[in-house]
Design a protein around this ligand. Sequence first.
Ligand SMILES: NC(=O)c1ccc[n+]([C@@H]2O[C@H](COP(=O)([O-])OP(=O)(O)OC[C@H]3O[C@@H](n4cnc5c(N)ncnc54)[C@H](O)[C@@H]3O)[C@@H](O)[C@H]2O)c1
Ligand SMILES: C[N+](C)(C)CCCC=O
Length: 497
Amino acid sequence: VAAMSTGTFVQLEPLNYRGGARVEPVDSSGTEKAFEPATGRVIATLQCSGENEVNLAVKSAKDAFEIWRKKSGMERGQVLLEAARMVKEQKDAIAIMETINNGKSIFEARLDIDTSWQCLEYYAGLAASMAGEHVQLPNGSFGYTRREPLGVCVGIGAWNYPFQIACWKSAPALACGNAMIFKPSPFTPMSALLLAEIYTKAGAPPGLFNVVQGGAATGQFLCQHRHVAKVSFTGSVPTGMKIMEMSSKGIKPVTLELGGKSPLIIFSDCDLENAVKGALVANFLTQGQVCCNGTRVFVQKEIIDKFTKEVVKQTQNIRIGDPLLEDTRMGPLINGPHLERVLGFIKSAKEEGATVLYGGEPYEPTDPKLKHGYYMTPCILTNCRDDMTCVREEIFGPVMSILSFKTEAEVLDRANDTTFGLAAGVFTRDIQRAHRVAAELQAGTCYINNYNVSPVELPFGGYKKSGFGRENGRVTIEYYSQLKTVYVEMGDVESPF
Ligand SMILES: NC(=O)c1ccc[n+]([C@@H]2O[C@H](COP(=O)([O-])OP(=O)(O)OC[C@H]3O[C@@H](n4cnc5c(N)ncnc54)[C@H](O)[C@@H]3O)[C@@H](O)[C@H]2O)c1
Ligand SMILES: C[N+](C)(C)CCCC=O
């Protein structure tokens, strides 16, 4: 992979990973095509794993779990630490794979790989410190608690951060002593395999991290399997509802990392230069295909003209093109239908009265090999109203809607008037206002004077329909473990019978 250039990669090896090796699935519930978004080429045709393959993957994970759960936290941490070292060592090769399969710029893909190995390193550190508590009771009796793993956990991923999602799920799961079966999105099947190989080489027992490829049907087999103890899902709200419904039938805990339509509030007393940079980071990473993007940009009336002018100027300068080139900052969208969907939102925004100040058009890079890629120019919409489709719905593309506001109370009401609650941001120099606003925003993550930074030490997850449960941070240990209470009698049993 290290020598790859755009337009050359083809997938030849099997894409499932079971028992410590790449395997072809024993049965299939259909096929899916995976593309290189930069060129529109098909790079792999997936056999979607059928029920028999899922059963084998669960069996293999269960066997590995029996070995892994008996290891000390320190021993588990050592494997995760070695895996982190290997991810760091192979950063460029993994980032190239991610760029080829997802379309994000190589510049960004490298940052994603950094947040991935950092996640492994962080949970490696936490693994040894997981402990219960000792509680003294009357007459010398006592109790203690044990934090125990859940068993075989399933991770189901979206296509926008394929490798990072696989790490954000597997690192805390394995640190807690679980095994994991990961199902990537069928659009981005590649990079999870690299993680699987790394875990094996780092010393994880074969089967501890299996990869099962496929779409909805495969996902259902996994969620419904009676030996699966937990499902952690990243994806859209409608699929999240289905996952929750299936898990409820088995009384299985779920983590749901779903979509968003997050507000970014820019007060007139902000540092304008930072606010403009913040708005770009909040909207255009990974071609705007980011769950927590601050796509409703509320700007206080006094500075809206100045802000908008500067945002347009900087958006015009974003270099679109071959995502493997070092100076590219925006690659193609994930696939043709998604590009059409995003362009459809822009069309309806115009019909509903918004003004396209810049972009929002299909884009054809000059390099002929990119002719069939899924490129568009990033789009700035103004004259937006809160009731417009582009302001209410998750577009999942590079489309920023700018809205004007007058007062803090008004903007808070409008910012919170959404069924989503993944993230929110505020730019102001007034420290009291910053914290007051952050406290009132109905979102799982609130950024003050920045946006879309996600250090592994801080929990990440949603309010409202954006989901529940958290990834990253110490708290995620609680989502991948269960608490056992042990009562110890030091006297005689007193019986009323
Ligand atoms: N909150 C977060 O951390 C986060 C991160 C990334 C993406 N997302 C969200 O993900 C969405 C985009 O991703 P997507 O298009 O891949 O989402 P999606 O819901 O279409 O698919 C997500 C995953 O679910 C699988 N799936 C689909 N139907 C299923 C079913 N019935 N049972 C089991 N699995 C099923 C898919 O194959 C895929 O692996 C956006 O809404 C985005 O906001 C959220
Ligand atoms: C790393 N980011 C930019 C915060 C994205 C997290 C995952 C969301 O899609």
